[in-house]
Structures are given as structure tokens and as C-alpha cells.
Design a binder for this molecule. Structure first.
Ligand code: PLP
Length: 271
């Protein structure tokens, strides 16, 4: 069973201060998510893992393009997984990758994803987890444009922040020594009622927003009811909304969305 560890408010990523207390003799790995492309505290997590002889696996589904201390965020940890699903910053329609810092582990994963055999030599039970040529072709089309996408996203981010200025909303903070990839635009409302009002108003104007990481994982309905409380995560989960955010988004739309949010938060019924 996973043992949940609460998040920190600034990045929504796992709180490295709380990891030590959650480690037991049965712990084999630390599994952490780079939430919305904001980096976990990779250096401290590496130190904790070394001290306890644990592996580190990152869910880097949002991490493509973020750099920490000049290095790809996906290069940290024993394994970093990345999703290339169509909704991600860089995508191949469907698919993904695992980035592995260990030759033997890399060979083992290659075997597992390719039926467990190499030619006529059968080593283990495996699955078909290969990426297809067609999906790779999609990725090759987008790869040269990724840096441009990130630059456009950075500009849209600034437009949103400028337009939303003065509203009682808060935002995650990019840690020091980080080049952020602007994968998402999450905003934190003061309370869930305000979020629901804003979501409903935007929806009435056919503007789709998404509650992401909702509910807090420790509250998933199929888990046994004894998962430890994670108050920061539980609080953030009911207050976070991701606004429309993609490179083709017209800045005029950002202005319009911000205007609607202003109405929703002021509880003013629009004409
Ligand atoms: C999208 C996503 C995944 C799953 O990726 P798939 O490619 O759909 O398997 C996992 N973790 C996070 C944080 C994601 O956003």
C-alpha cells in the first residue's frame, strides 16, 4: 500500500520535510510527482533516499521542458516517467517515456515493455508497451516547436497574471534555480464555493476549465479509509482550478476569461 505524504503549498509537490517520518522498514521507494511542471525538491529527496537506501521514482508527466540547476527535470531520480498524451505540453497523441539513470534497469524495462523476449530468447513475462511509429512521427513534428510553445505559454502566463491582478486568487511559486515549462495555469480560489461559481460561469460561456488532482489522492474512494490525513493537499484539491492554457490561446480570450472570473468572484450576474 502507498503511504501518502502531504504536499507543500508553494509548488503543490511532495513536502520533503515530511518524507522522513513516513519511511518504514517496508518502504522501497519514494514516488513523487512534479505537479503542473513545478519541480519537487529533487536535491533534498535524493539526499533522503540515499540516507535510507531507497529508490526515487518521479511522475514527470508534466515535467517536459522544466529545468532545475540547468538540467532537465526528467534527468533526476532513478526513474522519471513522462506522458506524451495529447493533453500534455509535448505529446505524441498517446504514449510516454521512462528516463532511467541505470543501464541494467533500462535493459530490464526495455525487456518488460517488449513482450519479455528478444528474438527467440524468452526471459520474462512482458507486455506490449512500445511506442508506435505513427505516434513517434507526431512527436517528431512537434519536438522542434516545443521551445516556441514554452515561450508563447510564458507570455500567456504573464497576460493572465496581469489581467487577474487584484483578484483574491493565489498561484504556485517557481522555486529558485528553475526554468519553468508553463505546462498549466492553475489558480487557487479562497474557497470551493467561489471555485464552483467561477467554473459554472465559465462553463455557461463554453469555456472549459478543469479541477486537477481532485480529489486529494488520500481520499480516493477505493482506498481503505485509513489513509493518513494530508491537510494541505486536501485543502488545495478543493480550491484549484486549471484555466484554459495552450499556445494557440488568443490573448483576447485570456482578457475575456479574466473578466468573467472578476464577475464570478464579485458574484455579479453578467448581462
Ligand atoms: C497525464 C498524467 C499521467 C498519465 O499519463 P498517460 O500517458 O495517460 O498514462 C500520469 N500522471 C500525471 C501527473 C499526469 O498528468
Amino acid at each position: 500500500m502507498p503511504v501518502f505524504v502531504d504536499i507543500e503549498e508553494q509548488t503543490f509537490c511532495i513536502d520533503a520535510d515530511l518524507i522522513g517520518a513516513a519511511i518504514t522498514p517496508r518502504t522501497s521507494a519514494i514516488l513523487a510527482t512534479h505537479v503542473y511542471g513545478y519541480p519537487c525538491d529533487v536535491l533534498r529527496i535524493e539526499a533522503i533516499a540515499q540516507r535510507h537506501g531507497l529508490r526515487v521514482i518521479y511522475d514527470g508527466a508534466h515535467a517536459f521542458g522544466t529545468r532545475v540547476a540547468g538540467r532537465s527535470l526528467l534527468s533526476y531520480g532513478d526513474i522519471a516517467t513522462c506522458s506524451f498524451h495529447a493533453t500534455k505540453l509535448f505529446h505524441t497523441g498517446e504514449g510516454g517515456a521512462m528516463l532511467v539513470n541505470d543501464q541494467a534497469l533500462s535493459q530490464r524495462i526495455n525487456l518488460l515493455k517488449s513482450f519479455g523476449h528478444v528474438g527467440d530468447e524468452h526471459f520474462t513475462l512482458g507486455i506490449n508497451g512500445k511506442n508506435s511509429e505513427l505516434h513517434a512521427a507526431m512527436g517528431l513534428c512537434l519536438l522542434p516547436r516545443v521551445m516556441g510553445f514554452i515561450e508563447t505559454r510564458a507570455t500567456l502566463y504573464e497576460t493572465y497574471r496581469h489581467e487577474l491582478d487584484g483578484l483574491p486568487l493565489s498561484y504556485p511559486v517557481v522555486p529558485a534555480d528553475t526554468d519553468y515549462n508553463y505546462a498549466y495555469f492553475p489558480v487557487l480560489f479562497e474557497d470551493e464555493a467561489q471555485l464552483l461559481l467561477a467554473k459554472a460561469l465559465l462553463s455557461a460561456y463554453e469555456i472549459d476549465t478543469r479541477r486537477y488532482f481532485f480529489p486529494s489522492l488520500n481520499h480516493l474512494p477505493y482506498l481503505p479509509g485509513n489513509a493518513a490525513p494530508c491537510p494541505v493537499s486536501e485543502d488545495a484539491a478543493v480550491r484549484v482550478l486549471c484555466l484554459p492554457f495552450y499556445p494557440q490561446l488568443d490573448p483576447a480570450e485570456v482578457v475575456r476569461i479574466a473578466g468573467l472570473l472578476r464577475l464570478a468572484i464579485g458574484s455579479v450576474v453578467p448581462a
